[in-house]
Design a protein around this ligand. Structure first.
Ligand code: NAD
Length: 464
C-alpha cells in the first residue's frame, strides 16, 4: 500500500495523542481549552455572538465537519477513552463514535411551527439559549461531548464543558476537534470550551454564572441533583438500572442473544444497557441455557457471586476499578480463569441481590425468576428504582408490552431487540448520549437546546 500525505498526518496525529496520554500536559495546542471557568465562559460567549449571525447553511457546515472529524478520529478517540479511563472496549467505542457522527440530528432538527388564517400568520421559532454549560461522564466521554456539541451548535448555541476529570484528555481532544471543525467551516474558535483541570468547584462556578442560560448534566444522581438545585434551568440525564423482562411468548433463543449483545456492549457502560433480567419461570431455564451454550455466558456459583460482591462493591459504592471491565477480567479478579469467548457473567438471584439491584456498569447479569407476567412486571418496576430511564422487554404479547410500558414509564422501552436499538443502532430513530430521564426531555437533540419564540404578523401574510 502506497503511503500518502494523509496517512502520514494520521500517524503523526496518533503518535502525538499517545504521547499526550503519557504526559500530564497536552503535546500540541488544543483549541478551546482554558485554565479558568470564567475565561472559558467569556470565550464561548464571544463565539456565540458570531454563531448567531451565521446562516443555517454555515452552521450545518460546522456540523458536517464535526461528523467527518468524529469518523476520521473514531479509532483514536476510542483508544484514548479506553486507555485513559480503563473502561469499555475499543471496537464498541469505535461503533459509538460512528453512530453519533451519522445519526445525531443537526440543523434539520430545528423546525418552525406555523398557524395561518384570517388574522394573519404566527410562527413558533426555535432560538438558541446562548452559552450552555454541559457536564459529561467518564463512561462515554468523547461520545457525549461530540453528540452534545452537534445538537447545541446546530441550535445556535455555544457550549462550555466541565468534563469528568478522569476522562479529561479524551474529552479535551474531542473539544479541540469541534473547534477545528468550526474554524475549517469559517466559523469562530471556542464554539466548544473546556478546562485543563475541571473540578467540582469549576462546575459550581459554571452553574452559578450569569452568562450560562442552560445546564445539561449527563451522569449519576449526584450531578443531576446538583444541577437541579442550582436555580438554573437544567436538563438532567441521570442514572438508570434497566431491566429486561422476558415472558413466555418471546422468541427465547433470540431474547438470549439480544440481551447478552446489549448487556456486553462497551462492557455494559451505556446507561441504557441491560443491567438485569426478569424472566417468567416457565421459560427461565431455557433462556439461561441459551445464554450459557450459545452466547458466551459464565454461570457464577454462590461462592463466586459472594466474591464478586466483595470485589466490585465497596462500602462507599462501586469499585471504580471494576466498572466497564470485561467479564474475563472481572472473573480473573476473583481467581477464576475462563476462555476468551466468555463475555458475560450470569446467575439466578433475588431482586434484592446487590449485584442485581445496583447499577453496576459491568457485564454481570443477574436473572430474577418470576412466577408469571404480573410478578415479572412488579419486580422489573422495583428494579428500575423509579429512575424512569430505560427498560426492555422480549414478548410477542402486545397487551403485556403495553401494560409493562405503562407500569415502568421509562424514557426508553426497547421491544425484542438489544438495548442499543434505542440509540438508532439496529433500530429506527436518531442517536443521543444524553437521555434526559429525570427532567423529562427524553432523548435530547438540537431542538432540546432551544427556546421557543412566538412571532406574530397580524392580519397579513395569510395568502390562502
Ligand atoms: P458521575 O456522576 O460520577 O460523573 C458525571 C459527571 O458529573 C462528571 O463530570 C463528574 O465530575 C460530575 N459530578 C459528579 N458529582 C457532581 C456534583 N455533585 N456536582 C457537580 N458535578 C458532579 O458519573 P460517571 O460514572 O461518569 O457516569 C456514569 C453514570 O452516569 C451512571 O449512573 C449512568 O447511568 C449515568 N449516565 C447517564 C446518561 C444519560 O443519558 N441519562 C448517560 C451516560 C451516563
Amino acid at each position: 500500500m502506497a503511503i500518502n500525505e494523509q496517512m502520514v498526518q494520521d500517524i503523526v496525529k496518533e503518535v502525538m495523542a499517545k504521547m499526550q496520554l503519557q504526559k500530564d500536559e497536552p503535546a500540541g495546542k488544543q483549541l478551546g481549552i482554558f485554565e479558568d471557568m470564567n475565561e472559558a465562559i467569556a470565550a464561548a460567549k464571544e463565539a456565540q455572538k458570531v454563531i448567531r449571525t451565521m446562516s443555517m447553511d454555515q452552521r450545518e457546515q460546522i456540523i458536517s465537519n464535526i461528523r467527518r472529524k468524529t469518523k476520521e478520529n473514531a479509532e483514536l478517540l476510542a483508544r484514548m477513552g479506553v486507555e485513559e479511563t480503563g473502561m469499555g472496549n475499543v471496537p464498541h467505542k469505535i461503533l459509538k463514535h460512528q453512530l453519533l457522527a451519522e445519526k445525531t440530528p443537526g440543523t434539520e432538527d430545528i423546525v418552525t411551527e406555523a398557524w395561518s388564517g384570517d388574522r394573519g400568520l404566527t410562527l413558533i421559532e426555535m432560538g438558541p439559549f446562548g452559552v450552555i454549560g454541559a457536564i459529561t461522564p467518564t463512561t462515554n466521554p468523547s461520545e457525549t461531548i461530540l453528540c452534545n456539541a452537534i445538537g447545541m451548535i446546530a441550535a445556535g448555541n455555544t457550549v462550555v464543558f466541565n468534563p469528568h476529570p478522569k476522562a479529561i484528555k479524551t474529552s479535551n481532544f474531542a473539544v479541540s476537534l469541534i473547534n477545528e471543525a468550526s474554524l475549517e467551516a469559517g466559523g469562530p474558535e471556542n464554539v466548544a470550551c473546556s478546562l485543563r483541570h475541571p473540578t467540582l468547584e469549576s462546575s459550581n462556578v459554571m452553574m452559578k454564572h450569569k452568562d450560562i442560560q442552560l445546564i445539561a448534566a449527563t451522569g449519576g444522581p449526584g450531578v443531576v441533583t446538583a444541577v437541579l438545585s442550582s436555580g438554573r434551568r437544567g436538563i438532567g440525564a441521570g442514572a438508570g438500572n434497566p431491566p429486561a423482562l422476558v415472558d413466555e411468548t418471546a422468541d427465547i433463543r433470540k431474547a438470549a442473544q439480544d440481551i447478552v449483545n446489549g448487556c456486553t456492549f462497551d462492557n455494559n457502560l451505556p446507561c441504557i444497557a441491560e443491567k438485569e433480567v426478569v424472566a417468567v419461570s416457565s421459560i427461565m431455564d431455557e433462556l439461561m441455557n441459551y445464554m450459557l451454550t450459545e452466547q458466551g455466558c459464565y454461570l457464577a456459583s454462590k461462592e463466586e457471586q459472594d466474591k464478586l460482591v466483595a470485589t466490585v462493591l465497596t462500602p462507599k459504592g462501586l469499585n471504580r476499578d471494576c466498572v466497564g471491565r470485561d467479564a474475563k477480567t472481572l472473573l480473573g479478579m476473583i481467581g477464576v480463569t475462563v476462555p476468551d469467548n466468555i463475555r458475560c457473567i450470569i446467575f439466578e438471584g433475588e431482586k434484592e441481590h446487590p449485584l442485581i439491584s445496583t447499577e453496576l456498569m459491568m457485564p454481570i447479569l443477574g436473572i430474577v425468576r418470576a412466577k408469571d407476567f404480573d410478578d415479572a412486571m412488579e419486580k422489573a418496576v422495583w428494579l428500575e428504582h423509579g429512575n424512569r430511564h430505560s427498560a426492555h422487554i422480549h414478548s410477542k404479547n402486545i397487551d403485556n408490552i403495553t401494560r409493562y410500558a405503562r407500569a415502568i414509564d421509562t424514557a426508553i422501552l426497547v421491544k425484542n431487540a438489544p438495548s442499543y436499538a434505542a440509540l438508532g443502532f439496529g433500530g429506527e430513530g436518531f442517536c443521543t448520549f444524553t437521555i434526559a430521564s429525570r427532567t423529562g426531555e427524553g432523548l435530547t437533540s438540537a431542538r432540546t437546546f432551544t427556546k421557543k419564540r412566538r412571532c406574530v404578523m397580524s392580519d397579513s401574510l395569510c395568502i390562502r
